[in-house]
Design a protein around this ligand. Structure first.
Ligand code: DHB
Length: 394
């Protein structure tokens, strides 16, 4: 006999867990499954920047208070090029801010909230496919950690299972999506050192891009542009510091032991369809952005806020209008964020085939942004996040 619930959620990442949390607040029961263990979910290092609207959703719905105490409010970023830093002041331009609060901390808060509320969350359960999308009883076919079959029948199945989504096929069939690959990746490090700057530095240098971010008073996160095939062990610690220092000319980074390395791929993707019948995609399963604009987790949160409204109307009031409007409402924001992420990426990175003209044009573009109130305001507005309410069609 299959398990039965109202909403079956595949994936215990930010999208899946926040959706379950919002539904629970409206008395809508759900089951969340994830192939990973709780420990894997809570320790995997991911992005770090939350838009103001994301922070408001987390705090106002009781999902996280720690974001305000452990997280750090950032009221600007530095764009560095041609040997100089230029601050984009978020407060002055748009009166909004972002918070540095790593994704795995958000996940710890959401898992804790879910377990405290006695909600059903199953770790080590791997979804294999979704059946019967176009009926009123879609089903998740899965397997637990011991290889036993698991079947969950629901009113709605939500694919919140990331860029390698298993649920996606039930929605898009063979249609796939809009796709762009970039000829570079990021080499990310975590190091034991005090911060090198008070705010994030996004640096365009003749040697390629670097991002100087932070984690805590004694742990820092930094990235530099690399070839997508780079091995994480390709460099010694000394070489890594040499590369990082050379990418932020005019600044000296405070060095310390590097204790974690990873290579992040760069892709832009939007699924052609995000809903079929009773199966819906949210977050990275529906779209992936390159990391330069810090949009990934924030887009997932916006999808989920819209979908929670739509599911409340559908499941509690039998009103299908918001559910029908969901794909287009989510898509409009997705494409604005796709553009912003693509723009930041191209403005800041060195293309492998760039000539002198391209390099000089990029510096002209950066000057046009930092020297113009309109240019800085656009960047600040997109980075801190367009208001979430704007996307809700009622
Ligand atoms: C971090 C990651 C990003 O992609 C970004 O744009 C800013 C910060 C981070 O991991 O700290």
């Amino acid at each position: 006999m299959p398990d039965r619930t109202r909403v079956a959620v595949i994936g215990a990442g930010p999208a899946g867990l926040l959706l379950a949390h919002l539904l629970d607040r409206s008395g809508i029961e759900s089951i969340v499954i994830d192939s990973r263990t709780r420990e894997q979910i809570e320790t995997t290092i991911r992005a770090g920047i939350l838009e103001q609207g994301t922070v408001e959703v987390l705090t106002e719905t009781g999902a996280s208070d720690r974001v305000l105490t452990v997280g750090q409010k950032h009221e600007g970023i530095e764009l560095r090029f041609a040997g100089e830093g230029h601050r984009i002041d978020f407060t002055d331009t748009v009166g909004r801010a972002v918070w540095l609060y790593p994704q795995h901390e958000v996940l710890k808060d959401l898992v804790a909230a879910r377990l405290a509320a006695g909600q059903d969350i199953r770790f080590g359960v791997t979804a294999q496919r979704v059946d019967d999308a176009e009926t009123n009883r879609p089903r998740v076919i899965a397997e637990d950690a011991e290889g036993n079959p698991v079947e969950i029948e629901a009113d709605i199945v939500v694919g919140a299972d990331g860029s390698r989504s298993v649920a996606r096929e039930a929605v898009t069939g063979t249609h796939g999506g809009y796709f762009r690959e970039y000829p570079f990746a990021w080499f990310g490090v975590l190091c034991q050192a005090p911060p090198s700057a008070e705010e994030l530095i996004y640096s365009n240098s003749p040697n390629g891009f670097a991002l100087i971010s932070q984690r805590s008073p004694d742990v820092q996160r930094m990235y530099f542009q690399c070839d997508p095939h780079t091995d994480t062990e390709a460099y010694t610690e000394e070489q890594l510091w040499e590369i990082l220092q050379s990418r932020v000319p005019g600044t000296t980074l405070t060095e310390g032991p590097i204790f974690q390395r990873d290579v992040l791929r760069f892709r832009s993707f939007v699924a052609h369809e995000t809903r079929r019948g009773r199966v819906v995609l949210v977050g990275d399963a529906a779209h992936t952005v390159p990391p330069t604009g810090a949009k990934g987790m924030n887009l997932a949160v916006c999808d989920v806020v819209l979908l929670a409204d739509a599911l409340r109307a559908l499941l509690l009031d039998r009103d299908e209008s918001l559910y029908d409007a969901y794909p287009e409402a989510a898509r409009q924001r997705t494409w604005k964020a796709q553009h912003f992420s693509w723009w930041m990426t191209n403005m800041l990175h060195l293309q492998p085939d760039a000539g002198d003209f391209d390099r000089m044009r990029q510096i002209g573009e950066l000057r046009a942004v930092v020297e113009s109130r309109a240019g800085s305001t656009y960047l600040a507005e997109a980075y801190t996040g367009w208001p979430i309410q704007e996307s809700i069609h009622r």
